[in-house]
Design a protein around this ligand. Sequence first.
Ligand code: C2E
Ligand code: CA
Ligand code: CA
Length: 732
Amino acid sequence: MLSAGDPLAHVYWNVVFKNMRRDASPSTILVTVDDRKEWTTADQAELLEKLRRQMPRRVFFDLDIPAGKDRAGDAALRQALQSFGDDLAVVARAGKVDDFDQRSFAMPSPDAIGRTNVVVAAWHSNFVYFAISAPYVVKIKSRDYPTLSAVLAGYRNGVESEYYPDFSVDPQSIPKVRSADILNGAAVPTGLAGRTVILTSLERVPPILYFGHRLVPAVALDIAGAEGLGLPFSVSFGAFGAIPILLLAALMIASGARKQGTLKLAWYAGTVATVIVLPIALRKQGIVFSPDGALIFLVIYGSVRLWQKRARRIQLTSAAGLPNLLALTNGTMPVGSDMVVAVVARYEEMLATLPRDLHGDFARAIARRITAGSGTETIYHGESGQFAWAEEARPLETQLDHLEGMRALFASPLQIGAYTFDTNIHFGLDRNEGLDVPTRLNSALASANEAMASGRSIELFEASRLAEAPWELSLHARIEEGLRNGEIWLAFQPQWDLTENRICGGEALIRWNHPTRGAIAPDAFILQAERAGRIDALTYWVLDLAISATLALNARGPRFQMSINLSAQMVDKADLVRNFAEITRRRGIDPSLLTVEITETSSVRNRPAACRNLTRLRELGFRLSIDDFGTGEASLAYLADLPSDELKIDRRFVARMSTSPRDRIIVANTISLAHALGQSVVAEGIEDASTLQMLREMGCDCAQGYHLGKPIAFAEFERDYDVSLQERRWTV
Ligand code: C2E
Ligand code: CA
Ligand code: CA
């Protein structure tokens, strides 16, 4: 894991040290021997003698010793070496980098050098053999030998770690003197007195790979090593040196993630700069940290972010390449703007006639027209033909005129390739500046769809409709309250037996007189109660009151049949039958006095359970009536499936009977059909005498409608009922 960044670190340090160069300290000077000459031990002894006269502070003898050919010369050299005492050491080099085996070192024989000190030079390298560090001491044949750089830097005793060369030292800048000059006794310009001399052959040992310079004489590396040790610190963490910079980069990225816009960009750029520059600055102080871990992290992080950005861009773009509605809701609206949505009538149909590759053109052509009309560059595109944008807010009249004007732009046909389309667009407008973008978009979308459905050109989203939402949300509590304080009450509408010409029963219809909202239509709040999960409570409340009314009315004489409505949401409930049975038993009423009106709607979730429940209710004695018969929802199929006793012809047919012969035929045949199936028939919505007369002639059993009596409160109903019993007719 840790070495994954080595190639990066390698390139990094090479680039750094190619560009960062300084001169070597003048205190160490190289005396280089001429390799073309055949050196003998006598020559070397002579050179040492001449050197000594220049009074160097100390000497490192970094030459091969050609001993064994000339006894006298050997003895002279041995003596010359020893004559320096502790101020001279012979250098033994390792054969190659990373080879610390004792056989690797060219150790001089004691015969040749006597008791002279020996130092060694050996390096660790990276994966492409560039030297990177060296130990302070090397153990050879159980003896510790200090390394040349360490000794040059003044370390006599070993340290249990590694040191790192200062590669900024330019190898070319190391002062050099040719040995010939010393032998000739020529004056050395700078002098050697008091300085450290390395007596070396630049070609004796293989050159070594040095950051920023490639191959250099090995001795240059020893000097760079000493210079590295001379920096204020000499600290390194080996391979772990990548971790602190990596952590720093991660921290900086994490804190940058909270920033916005250009500041964020600047922060990220700063992070990259820090990762690149900090290791250089620290290394100048002798602290070796490497940036590779952090660089890898930044590269991975950067690619992931770019990839995410790309994915996000794709996510926020419609198939036509326009920004989509999600992009709109993710952003903000300019201050002082209305949200406009345009929907194109029969959009899908038009797409269907176009080849796939022209779909984008089609959407873009529409967007272009909108831009031409509105001056807004950015048009957001929903895939099913909605186009949304922020339009500068104007006074309502002006805005409506403006949109009408845009609509006129669409009067000329759109030309897409070889296809021509007549387009018709409808606008939805939301002017609720204070609301959040998704809400406004939804409002404008809903209004645009409404405009399209009703064929109007523009629909304005009414803020008052928004007030509805919280009301609906708190309906739960309001129904409880309405039931408690009498705002919710039960009305009764009479049903008339057409053969006996008397009241035979009534329908219980719920009412809500809201103190501020006035009379709320039952269809509306029943729907909301269903949504709010309050329909059960309401139904049992109705059932209970209806039973009280039925008991009271039946106590007066002839049989009175009471109808109650059962919401489609309830017919499949598991506890429905048990509750109905329990209530009728507790109230001591004969269930056959109660007619349960059911409307088939698609909202019945569990159809088999609904059928089972209704069958069970009928077995308990309740009468079942199919309400709104003839409308799409209560169809013939329903009649065939359900065990029922009664069929209520929907008032839509009844109301039109007097004017439409067609409806008359439908009603007459429905009555025959019902009778053939053993059902009794109730016609509802009778508003005049002629309709009543027609129904009577058609053999309809029972009638209900404003002509015979409106839904009224029980006290009133009771009074009227008493009168009708006495007079044997109902007063209208
Ligand atoms: P529905 O069951 O079809 O009720 C008949 C509706 O027709 C009632 O409207 C009634 O007032 C109205 N109506 C009666 N005669 C005439 C007439 O001659 N002309 C006209 N134009 N209308 C007439 P309402 O009371 O507004 O009730 C509407 C719907 O609300 C009912 O339709 C029923 O589906 C539902 N509903 C009412 N009360 C309850 C209830 O207690 N529980 C349930 N689940 N639904 C109820
Ligand atoms: Ca009904
Ligand atoms: Ca009805």
